[in-house]
Write a protein that binds this ligand. Structure first.
Ligand code: SF4
Ligand code: SF4
Length: 163
């Protein structure tokens, strides 16, 4: 009982120290990163090559990353980012860049699905529905085509479909 009380007290004190440190040294974020992040779809699908939308927004500013890597965002997003960054690009250039990107989604071959749920666990946007040990299905309107689920399906029953 005394040990639990001591642990609780120590945790409480550590929490207070952390909160105070955060207050004293707030983490500074570049406002333009937040603005770009607000325009991104927040799918966290990683198709841009970064673990999520915020890291991609950060890379655009800090690593001079290209602005045409977000497939779900499409041309419209590229245009918004060029405006935010005051880049000298016209809409035709933007469309040409984006034409090389092919939007895809995936479909589960349901008769071969063993219901392991691995695909659903790894889907960053919860586009796969199904109960453990039962057939799973991809809800097309939520699928961003990141293909992450493909890597986790033990029976290879997830196939890419083009729009
Ligand atoms: S590609 Fe996916 S993770 Fe990257 S910015 Fe776009 S929506 Fe976000
Ligand atoms: S269903 Fe697969 S391809 Fe579609 S968003 Fe989820 S993980 Fe990505």
């Amino acid at each position: 009982m005394i040990i639990i009380l001591i642990f609780s007290l120590v945790s409480f004190l550590l929490g207070l120290i952390l909160a105070y440190t955060h207050y004293l040294f707030p983490v500074k974020t570049d406002p333009i990163i937040n603005k770009i992040n607000n325009e991104l779809p927040q799918s966290q699908c990683a198709q841009c090559g970064y673990p999520g939308c915020y890291p991609y927004a950060k890379a655009i500013i800090n690593k001079n990353e290209k602005i045409n890597k977000c497939i779900p965002g499409g041309s419209e997003l590229i245009f918004k980012i060029t405006k935010l960054l005051n880049l000298d690009k016209n809409i035709e250039d933007i469309n040409i860049q984006n034409k090389s990107l092919v939007y895809t989604t995936v479909k589960i071959d349901e008769k071969n699905c063993v219901g392991c749920s691995k695909c659903a666990i790894f889907c960053p946007v919860d586009a796969i529905i199904g109960a453990p040990n039962f057939m799973h299905t991809v809800v097309q309107k939520f699928c961003t085509g990141c293909n992450i689920c493909l890597l986790h399906c033990p029976t290879n029953c997830i196939k890419i479909i083009k729009e």
